[in-house]
Design a protein around this ligand. Structure first.
Ligand code: HPA
Length: 270
C-alpha cells in the first residue's frame, strides 16, 4: 500500500504543488465548509489514481485544495463509509495520502445521533474520545512500519490542546459546544431504541457511522487529530421514531455555519 499512497500523493503534488498542513474531512451536510477555503485546486475523486469513488447522496466527491488565512489545507468533500462496501483500507486511504502530502493536523467532522441528556438536535460536540465498534479494523493485517507502529497507543486520539483551543475560540465566537464520546458503528441502519440504550450504557454520548477508522489511521501516522460532531437526531425513547437521512442532512446544515466558523478559526489560530 505504501507504493500506492506514494503514487497518489505524487500525482496530487504534481497537479497542485501544495504542501497542506491541515487536512479536513467533511461530514454529511457539512460540505459547504469548502466555501471558506481560498480554493486553488479541486480534484474529483474519480480523477485521482487509486482513490475509491463516493456514492452516497449528499456527498460530493472531491479533494479541495487551497488556503485559509496563511494556512494550506486539503479538504475531503465527501468521505468513504464502511457501510458503502469499501474495505477499511479504502475508507482510510485518503488519510494516508494526506500524510504524504504533508498534513500534520486533521480535522474530522460528522453528523451523529445523540444519547446524552444535555444534547439536542443541532448541538455541536467536540469529540474527546471514541469507542470503536466497527467489525473490521483499519490496522488489521501486516503492519508497514513506514506508516506507524504495530501496537498503537490510543490514550489521546483527539488532541487535548486542539480541543482546548477550540473551546476558547467557540467562546469568542459565541458558539455553544459540549464534550462528547463518539461510538462508531458500521450502519447503515440507524440504531434501534435498544441499540441507542446500549450506546449510553457503554459510556458514549453520540453514535455514528464514520470518523473512528480515519482517526485511527491518522494517529497511526502521528497526525494530530480533532473531531467535531453535529447532533442530528436524539436517540431517546420519546422521539427516535422518524429519523431519516434527509432529516440528518437538514439538521447538519442548520448547524453548519457554526461548525464552519469554528473549524476556520481553529485552522487559523491553532
Ligand atoms: N446513528 C448513526 N449515525 C448517525 C445518526 C444516528 O443516529 N445520526 C447521524 N448519523
Amino acid at each position: 500500500m505504501w507504493e500506492q499512497v506514494q503514487q497518489t500523493a505524487d500525482y496530487i503534488k504534481a497537479k497542485t504543488g501544495l504542501n497542506p498542513e491541515y487536512g479536513v474531512i467533511l461530514g454529511s451536510g457539512l460540505g459547504s465548509f469548502t466555501d471558506d477555503i481560498n480554493i486553488t485546486h479541486t480534484l474529483p475523486y474519480s480523477e485521482i489514481p487509486n482513490f475509491p469513488v463516493s456514492t452516497v447522496q449528499g456527498h460530493k466527491g472531491a479533494l479541495v485544495f487551497g488556503t485559509i488565512g496563511d494556512k494550506q489545507v486539503v479538504a475531503m468533500q465527501g468521505r468513504f463509509h464502511f457501510y458503502e462496501g469499501y474495505s477499511m483500507k479504502e475508507v482510510t486511504f485518503p488519510v494516508r495520502v494526506m500524510k504524504h502530502l504533508g498534513v500534520s493536523k486533521l480535522i474530522v467532522s460528522n453528523a451523529s445521533g445523540g444519547v446524552k441528556d444535555s444534547y439536542q438536535v443541532g448541538s455541536v460536540v467536540l469529540i474527546n474520545d471514541h469507542i470503536n465498534m466497527f467489525p473490521e479494523h483499519p490496522l488489521r493485517g501486516k503492519n508497514d512500519e513506514r506508516f506507524g507502529p504495530r501496537f498503537l497507543n490510543m490514550s489521546e486520539p483527539y488532541s487535548k490542546p486542539m480541543i482546548a483551543k477550540a473551546k476558547s475560540l467557540a467562546q469568542d465566537l459565541g458558539i455553544e459546544v459540549q464534550d462528547g464520546i463518539y461510538l462508531g458503528l458500521q450502519g447503515p441502519t440507524f440504531e434501534t431504541i435498544s441499540e441507542y440504550h446500549m450506546v449510553k450504557i457503554l459510556g458514549a454520548d453520540c453514535v455514528g457511522m464514520s470518523t473512528v477508522p480515519e482517526v485511527i489511521v491518522a494517529r497511526h501516522m502521528d497526525i494530530e487529530t480533532f473531531g467535531i460532531s453535529v447532533i442530528t437526531d436524539m436517540g431517546n425513547e420519546e422521539n427516535i421514531e422518524t429519523v431519516s437521512h434527509e432529516e440528518v442532512l437538514e439538521a447538519a446544515r442548520k448547524a453548519e455555519p457554526q461548525v464552519r466558523s469554528l473549524i476556520k478559526a481553529l485552522i487559523q489560530k491553532y
